[in-house]
Design a binder for this molecule. Structure first.
Ligand SMILES: Nc1nc2c(ncn2[C@@H]2O[C@H](COP(=O)(O)OP(=O)(O)OP(=O)(O)O)[C@@H](O)[C@H]2O)c(=O)[nH]1
Ligand SMILES: [Mg+2]
Length: 441
């Protein structure tokens, strides 16, 4: 490219090529106008970024520059003149506590001359640093390119309207060139993503053909989904005290009940723009289109937090589920962590949902009851079957017994009497095919 493009850092460096993925040790300041910036600070800290100062300005945000022009200039001066020993010394990142418009991002960056992230870009950076698998990386890259494209279009637009001087025709062409490249990559990535989605769908179809039922785990980020998945399935997944440790769906069998599949997935967060979450729809679909959904909420959060996170999670689930009605059960996690369980139950009730199950994946409290309750939701009450001994020369009773074991989850066996959880349809078929040898007690 003949003329350098003003790279809007934090957009993933379209024009730079490689995006930076490690932000450990960076220093940032955060600008906010309303709401509580704590969650955004926690997200930044998850990446090892130190937020050294919070800057607040009253009133509605400026549609051009978020903060008023004067205040933004003061901030710029302070960043550029901070000497050794000043808390702002070494700040190379500014975080905006909102989902900014491309216009705001471009202008703020221009004024401050350091990397600028709004909420979306911060989440994207976090996703990029946590994306482990090929599928997760594809999804994140799509989300990132979509976000980049809006900023590039704004840059191109400002040049066309003459708002942005200094690039000339060469600069404009260069931006158009990058835009074309971005669009081409997006098309390729979407094809790749469609293949992943198809493979997931096929796996899902195979599983349900085999009579398996799926239990999805959903909830706000850090609610304890992966920990519960691990406790119930024994299958190792990443558990971390970080936001968004999980970015894709992992399916595992429930221990002792191999016909029940659990699906751990990405968490929700407030104000995640819909198109950003859309990038994860294939992976989310796999866990949300289930026979039973466990909606997890952290009982150690204070009640306001709990309510906010639970409402967000429920709304996202309902918006994204393809089924008309979804069977949902609230689970309060981390019961060992000293939260007010009664107050948490009250929140659940106030939201019009049935009383929650209370569990701790660490101490094991409530897990047995949860297992039972999952089975009950999926299969209804247990059934007791009796296999008759049959006459000599007839088929062995034990072969019917082993068929019953294949069919459902046997919890008790007393000679030829078996108590089990199983699907009604499957049960009817087995009995019909048994020539009267299997009956319900
Ligand atoms: N005390 C206590 N902490 C728990 C329990 N379950 C999970 N945690 C902690 O909560 C944090 C988050 O747990 P995860 O299981 O990774 O949560 P998640 O919902 O999968 O989080 P993301 O994938 O990041 O959205 C970790 O530090 C866990 O150790 C529990 O039963 N008791
Ligand atoms: Mg997780």
């Amino acid at each position: 490219m003949d003329e350098p493009i003003q790279v809007l850092a934090g957009t993933g460096g379209v024009a730079l090529g490689e995006a930076r993925t490690n932000h450990e040790g960076r220093k940032a300041i955060l600008l906010y106008r309303d709401g509580n910036p704590r969650e955004l600070v926690a997200l930044a800290e998850t990446m090892g970024i130190e937020v050294v100062d919070l800057q607040f300005q009253k009133g509605r945000d400026d549609p051009r520059t978020f903060f008023g022009k004067g205040r933004l200039q003061d901030t710029a001066d302070e960043i550029s003149s901070a000497v050794e020993g000043h808390p702002w010394h070494g700040v190379d990142l500014v975080i905006i506590h909102s989902n900014s418009t491309p216009r705001q991002l471009v202008n703020i960056h221009e004024a401050l001359q350091v990397e600028v992230w709004d909420r979306v870009r911060l989440l994207l950076s976090l996703f990029i640093s946590h994306a482990g698998s090929v599928e997760a990386r594809t999804q994140v890259r799509i989300a990132q390119l979509q976000a980049d494209r809006t900023v590039l279009r704004e840059l191109a637009n400002q040049q066309t309207t003459g708002e942005r001087a200094g690039f000339g025709a060469g600069g404009k062409q260069a931006i158009q060139g990058v835009l074309t490249t971005v669009s081409r990559e997006l098309t390729q990535l979407r094809k790749k993503q469609a293949k992943h989605a198809l493979a997931r769908k096929e796996r899902r179809r195979q599983r349900s053909k085999g009579g398996a039922r799926t239990v999805g785990l959903a909830g706000y980020t850090n609610a304890g989904k992966s920990s519960l998945f691990l406790a119930l399935s024994g299958k190792k997944v990443l558990v971390e005290d970080k936001l968004f440790s999980t970015l894709e769906t992992t399916v595992g069998r429930m221990e002792m009940s191999p016909r029940i599949l659990l699906a751990d997935t990405i968490g929700f967060i407030d104000e995640l723009p819909s198109d950003l979450l859309d990038a994860f729809h294939a992976t989310l679909d796999e866990s949300l289109n289930c026979d039973l959904l466990l909606l997890l909420a952290d009982s150690s959060d204070d009640v306001d937090e709990l309510q906010r996170k639970l409402s967000t999670s429920r709304r996202e689930v309902l918006d994204r589920s393809k089924e008309d009605s979804i069977r949902m059960k609230v689970v309060l996690t981390k019961s060992d962590a000293g939260g007010d369980i009664e107050a948490a139950q009250e929140v659940v009730r106030m939201m019009g949902m049935d009383d929650a199950m209370v569990i701790s994946s660490h101490s094991g409290e409530g897990l047995e009851d949860l297992r039972e309750s999952i089975m009950f939701s999926l299969y209804g009450p247990k059934t007791t079957l009796v296999v008759s001994t049959g006459n000599p020369g007839e088929r062995e009773a034990e072969s019917f017994v082993s068929q019953i074991y294949d069919l459902g989850i046997v919890t008790k066996k007393d000679g030829l009497e078996l108590t089990l959880w199983c699907g009604f349809g499957e049960l009817q078929r087995l009995i019909a095919k048994s020539d009267g040898r299997i009956s319900i007690k």
